[in-house]
Design a binder for this molecule. Structure first.
Ligand SMILES: [Zn+2]
Length: 209
């Protein structure tokens, strides 16, 4: 799922850096340029620290072997959240930011699974977009009674929820209820920008599908 940006070597460093910033979520070409100009106003010690922090990311970050989210430090293969959870529920979210928002709302105490993205409508290779194989293994490993789909109420989010629902049902994972977040989340809403009350209501009003 990781893309390596190939900027031509003959391109000047500022343009190359702009191209890298353009890859950031939600950042367009103008904002990418603003980041570069902002950095140009900073002194060497600021830039050194920033560069070091970026390099540190790889060193201290682990991927949890159960939920697949990124977490820092820790000597076990399982993140602190997965170490102590109610085994009967598994919530499927798209990205790490969605996990964080739901955790902050303090309304859920089950396990999580991070899909790693969404499946765009008409996409031909869903297995390249999200962690399907890992999801299958996770469900088999657990003892879940309910799987809750917590995806964005956007077109791609709904398509992904639909796909995952069918995928789970097709594989017939015993007697597991599959539910989806309820109406608390209005159409077009992204979990990332939802407040705790909205998430609480959406979870309370979840529907079995
Ligand atoms: Zn975990």
């Amino acid at each position: 799922m990781e893309t390596l940006i190939r900027t031509p070597a003959q391109m000047d460093p500022l343009s190359r850096l702009t191209e890298y910033f353009r890859e950031f979520p939600g950042i367009g070409p103008r904002q990418a340029k603003r980041f570069v100009y902002f950095l140009m106003t900073k002194n060497s010690s600021y830039l050194d620290t920033l560069a070091k922090l970026i390099l540190e990311i790889r060193k201290n970050i682990r991927v949890c072997s159960l939920c697949f989210r990124f977490y820092q430090d820790g000597s076990s293969k399982v993140c602190p959240t997965c170490s102590n959870r109610n085994e009967s529920q598994l919530m499927i979210v798209s990205r790490d930011v969605d996990f964080e928002v739901i955790e902050k709302s303090k309304v859920y105490n089950g396990y999580y699974f991070i899909l790693g993205g969404v499946i765009p409508i008409l996409d031909k290779e869903p297995e390249k977009r999200v962690r399907l194989q890992e999801l299958t293994e996770r469900i088999k490993k657990g003892d879940f009674k309910e799987i809750i789909l917590s995806l964005n109420a956007t077109a791609d989010g709904e398509h992904t929820a639909d796909f995952i629902k069918n995928y789970i049902k097709e594989k017939v994972f015993g007697d597991i209820t599959v539910s989806i977040l309820g109406r608390g989340l209005s159409t077009g809403a992204e979990l990332e920008y939802s407040d705790a009350d909205t998430i609480k209501n959406a979870l309370k009003n979840r529907e079995t599908i």
